[in-house]
Design a protein around this ligand. Structure first.
Ligand code: PRP
Length: 209
Protein backbone atom coordinates (compact mmCIF):
# COMPACT_ATOMS: atom_id res chain seq x y z
CA UNK A 1 0.00 0.00 0.00
CA UNK A 2 1.24 3.48 -0.77
CA UNK A 3 2.11 5.29 2.44
CA UNK A 4 2.27 9.03 3.00
CA UNK A 5 4.54 10.22 5.81
CA UNK A 6 4.00 13.84 6.84
CA UNK A 7 7.05 14.71 8.90
CA UNK A 8 6.06 16.98 11.78
CA UNK A 9 9.60 17.50 13.09
CA UNK A 10 9.76 21.00 14.65
CA UNK A 11 12.98 21.92 12.84
CA UNK A 12 11.49 20.88 9.51
CA UNK A 13 8.36 22.94 10.12
CA UNK A 14 10.56 25.89 11.16
CA UNK A 15 12.62 25.73 7.97
CA UNK A 16 9.54 25.18 5.82
CA UNK A 17 7.90 28.33 7.16
CA UNK A 18 10.94 30.37 6.10
CA UNK A 19 10.79 28.72 2.67
CA UNK A 20 7.14 29.68 2.27
CA UNK A 21 7.77 33.34 3.14
CA UNK A 22 7.71 35.36 -0.08
CA UNK A 23 10.45 37.75 1.10
CA UNK A 24 12.97 34.91 1.57
CA UNK A 25 15.75 35.65 -0.97
CA UNK A 26 17.18 32.93 -3.24
CA UNK A 27 20.42 32.49 -1.27
CA UNK A 28 18.49 31.82 1.93
CA UNK A 29 15.88 29.75 0.07
CA UNK A 30 18.64 27.41 -1.14
CA UNK A 31 20.00 27.03 2.39
CA UNK A 32 16.54 26.29 3.74
CA UNK A 33 15.96 23.65 1.05
CA UNK A 34 19.19 21.95 2.15
CA UNK A 35 18.21 22.06 5.81
CA UNK A 36 14.72 20.75 5.16
CA UNK A 37 15.99 18.04 2.79
CA UNK A 38 18.48 16.82 5.41
CA UNK A 39 15.71 16.27 7.95
CA UNK A 40 13.40 14.65 5.38
CA UNK A 41 16.24 12.37 4.33
CA UNK A 42 16.89 11.31 7.91
CA UNK A 43 13.29 10.22 8.25
CA UNK A 44 13.07 8.58 4.83
CA UNK A 45 16.18 6.46 5.41
CA UNK A 46 15.42 5.29 8.95
CA UNK A 47 14.59 1.70 7.95
CA UNK A 48 17.29 1.07 5.33
CA UNK A 49 18.84 -2.39 5.69
CA UNK A 50 22.30 -2.70 7.23
CA UNK A 51 24.72 -5.54 7.66
CA UNK A 52 27.06 -6.17 10.61
CA UNK A 53 30.73 -5.35 10.03
CA UNK A 54 33.78 -5.59 12.26
CA UNK A 55 35.08 -2.19 13.38
CA UNK A 56 38.46 -1.64 14.95
CA UNK A 57 38.40 1.37 17.23
CA UNK A 58 41.64 2.61 18.83
CA UNK A 59 40.62 0.65 21.95
CA UNK A 60 38.85 -2.50 20.86
CA UNK A 61 37.18 -4.46 18.10
CA UNK A 62 33.40 -4.34 17.93
CA UNK A 63 30.56 -5.04 15.54
CA UNK A 64 29.26 -2.02 13.66
CA UNK A 65 26.87 -1.69 10.75
CA UNK A 66 27.14 -0.62 7.13
CA UNK A 67 24.38 0.03 4.60
CA UNK A 68 23.46 -3.13 2.76
CA UNK A 69 21.62 -1.72 -0.26
CA UNK A 70 22.36 0.09 -3.47
CA UNK A 71 20.83 3.57 -3.37
CA UNK A 72 19.93 5.89 -6.22
CA UNK A 73 19.04 9.56 -5.96
CA UNK A 74 16.69 10.72 -8.71
CA UNK A 75 16.44 14.52 -8.86
CA UNK A 76 13.77 15.92 -11.16
CA UNK A 77 15.24 18.92 -12.97
CA UNK A 78 15.38 21.66 -12.21
CA UNK A 79 14.09 22.15 -8.71
CA UNK A 80 15.08 18.67 -7.52
CA UNK A 81 18.74 19.68 -7.86
CA UNK A 82 18.34 21.65 -4.65
CA UNK A 83 17.94 18.40 -2.71
CA UNK A 84 20.87 16.48 -4.20
CA UNK A 85 23.78 17.86 -2.14
CA UNK A 86 22.24 17.21 1.29
CA UNK A 87 21.33 13.65 0.29
CA UNK A 88 24.73 13.01 -1.28
CA UNK A 89 26.47 14.37 1.81
CA UNK A 90 24.70 11.74 3.89
CA UNK A 91 24.86 8.89 1.36
CA UNK A 92 28.10 9.48 -0.56
CA UNK A 93 27.91 6.02 -2.17
CA UNK A 94 24.57 6.76 -3.84
CA UNK A 95 24.24 6.87 -7.60
CA UNK A 96 22.62 10.03 -9.01
CA UNK A 97 20.40 9.76 -12.08
CA UNK A 98 18.81 12.97 -13.36
CA UNK A 99 15.36 13.15 -14.89
CA UNK A 100 14.56 16.27 -16.89
CA UNK A 101 10.92 17.35 -16.93
CA UNK A 102 8.99 20.57 -17.15
CA UNK A 103 5.30 21.21 -16.86
CA UNK A 104 3.59 22.38 -20.01
CA UNK A 105 2.04 25.72 -19.03
CA UNK A 106 -1.15 25.07 -21.02
CA UNK A 107 -1.88 21.48 -20.01
CA UNK A 108 0.05 21.24 -16.70
CA UNK A 109 1.21 17.83 -17.95
CA UNK A 110 4.91 16.91 -17.53
CA UNK A 111 7.13 16.87 -20.59
CA UNK A 112 10.24 14.71 -20.33
CA UNK A 113 13.38 16.15 -21.91
CA UNK A 114 16.18 14.10 -20.29
CA UNK A 115 16.35 10.52 -19.02
CA UNK A 116 19.48 8.38 -19.09
CA UNK A 117 18.47 5.71 -16.59
CA UNK A 118 20.39 2.51 -17.36
CA UNK A 119 18.58 -0.60 -18.55
CA UNK A 120 20.03 -3.00 -15.99
CA UNK A 121 21.31 -3.27 -12.43
CA UNK A 122 18.50 -1.29 -10.82
CA UNK A 123 19.14 0.27 -7.44
CA UNK A 124 17.56 -1.42 -4.43
CA UNK A 125 16.13 1.86 -3.18
CA UNK A 126 15.49 5.02 -5.21
CA UNK A 127 14.79 8.42 -3.69
CA UNK A 128 12.92 10.72 -6.08
CA UNK A 129 13.81 14.33 -5.24
CA UNK A 130 11.44 17.15 -6.11
CA UNK A 131 10.52 19.92 -3.68
CA UNK A 132 7.00 20.35 -5.11
CA UNK A 133 4.35 17.71 -5.77
CA UNK A 134 1.46 19.60 -7.38
CA UNK A 135 -0.73 17.48 -9.68
CA UNK A 136 1.63 14.56 -9.13
CA UNK A 137 2.16 14.16 -12.88
CA UNK A 138 5.94 14.67 -12.77
CA UNK A 139 6.40 12.23 -9.89
CA UNK A 140 4.16 9.69 -11.64
CA UNK A 141 6.30 9.89 -14.78
CA UNK A 142 9.45 9.44 -12.69
CA UNK A 143 7.98 6.46 -10.85
CA UNK A 144 7.02 4.77 -14.12
CA UNK A 145 10.61 5.17 -15.35
CA UNK A 146 11.97 3.68 -12.12
CA UNK A 147 9.53 0.79 -12.26
CA UNK A 148 10.66 0.08 -15.82
CA UNK A 149 14.24 0.10 -14.55
CA UNK A 150 13.15 -2.55 -12.03
CA UNK A 151 13.65 -0.63 -8.79
CA UNK A 152 11.62 -2.39 -6.05
CA UNK A 153 11.60 0.35 -3.39
CA UNK A 154 10.69 3.85 -4.55
CA UNK A 155 10.56 6.70 -2.04
CA UNK A 156 9.48 10.25 -2.84
CA UNK A 157 10.98 13.23 -1.01
CA UNK A 158 9.03 16.47 -1.44
CA UNK A 159 8.80 19.56 0.69
CA UNK A 160 5.18 20.38 -0.11
CA UNK A 161 2.57 18.16 -1.72
CA UNK A 162 -0.99 19.05 -2.64
CA UNK A 163 -3.84 16.90 -1.43
CA UNK A 164 -5.07 16.31 -5.03
CA UNK A 165 -1.55 15.25 -6.04
CA UNK A 166 -1.31 12.82 -3.11
CA UNK A 167 -4.74 11.38 -3.94
CA UNK A 168 -3.71 10.91 -7.58
CA UNK A 169 -0.49 9.06 -6.69
CA UNK A 170 -2.27 6.83 -4.16
CA UNK A 171 -4.79 5.84 -6.86
CA UNK A 172 -2.06 5.31 -9.44
CA UNK A 173 0.56 3.33 -7.48
CA UNK A 174 0.24 0.55 -4.92
CA UNK A 175 3.54 0.61 -3.07
CA UNK A 176 5.22 4.00 -2.89
CA UNK A 177 6.47 5.76 0.20
CA UNK A 178 6.05 9.51 0.19
CA UNK A 179 7.89 11.71 2.70
CA UNK A 180 6.68 15.31 2.80
CA UNK A 181 6.94 18.24 5.18
CA UNK A 182 3.39 19.40 4.47
CA UNK A 183 0.25 18.61 2.50
CA UNK A 184 -1.48 21.75 1.28
CA UNK A 185 -5.19 21.60 0.51
CA UNK A 186 -5.52 22.75 -3.07
CA UNK A 187 -4.22 23.75 -6.48
CA UNK A 188 -5.10 27.02 -8.17
CA UNK A 189 -6.19 27.39 -11.82
CA UNK A 190 -2.57 27.28 -12.98
CA UNK A 191 -2.07 24.08 -10.92
CA UNK A 192 0.16 25.80 -8.40
CA UNK A 193 0.00 24.55 -4.82
CA UNK A 194 -1.93 26.87 -2.49
CA UNK A 195 -0.69 28.20 -0.10
CA UNK A 196 2.56 26.51 -1.25
CA UNK A 197 5.69 28.56 -1.69
CA UNK A 198 5.51 29.65 -5.34
CA UNK A 199 7.79 28.18 -8.03
CA UNK A 200 10.60 26.34 -6.23
CA UNK A 201 12.83 26.13 -9.33
CA UNK A 202 12.60 29.87 -9.90
CA UNK A 203 13.26 30.62 -6.24
CA UNK A 204 16.28 28.28 -6.07
CA UNK A 205 17.85 29.55 -9.28
CA UNK A 206 16.78 33.21 -8.98
CA UNK A 207 14.86 33.17 -12.24
CA UNK A 208 11.63 34.69 -11.02
CA UNK A 209 9.82 36.66 -13.72
C1 PRP B 1 7.64 22.07 -10.92
C2 PRP B 1 8.12 21.31 -9.70
C3 PRP B 1 7.80 19.88 -10.06
C4 PRP B 1 6.54 20.01 -10.88
C5 PRP B 1 5.38 19.68 -10.01
O1 PRP B 1 8.60 22.02 -11.91
O2 PRP B 1 9.47 21.48 -9.41
O3 PRP B 1 8.82 19.25 -10.83
O4 PRP B 1 6.47 21.38 -11.32
O5 PRP B 1 4.22 19.70 -10.75
P1 PRP B 1 3.31 18.42 -10.97
O6 PRP B 1 3.24 17.68 -9.68
O7 PRP B 1 1.99 19.04 -11.35
O8 PRP B 1 3.90 17.61 -12.08
P2 PRP B 1 8.59 23.01 -13.17
O9 PRP B 1 7.76 22.45 -14.28
O10 PRP B 1 8.22 24.38 -12.71
O11 PRP B 1 10.07 22.94 -13.68
P3 PRP B 1 11.40 23.52 -12.99
O12 PRP B 1 11.72 22.60 -11.83
O13 PRP B 1 12.38 23.42 -14.11
O14 PRP B 1 11.14 24.93 -12.55
Amino acid sequence: MTQVHVIQHPLLQHHLSILREKTTPPWLFRQQVRRAATILAGMATSDLPTQPVPVHTPLATMTGARLACRIALIPILRAGLGLVDPLQDMIPEAQVWHLGMYRDEQTARPVEYYCKLPHDQPADVAFVLDPMLATGGSIAMAVEALQQWGCPDIRILSLIASQPGIDFLCRQFANLNLFVAAIDPELNEQKFIVPGLGDAGDRIFNTQR
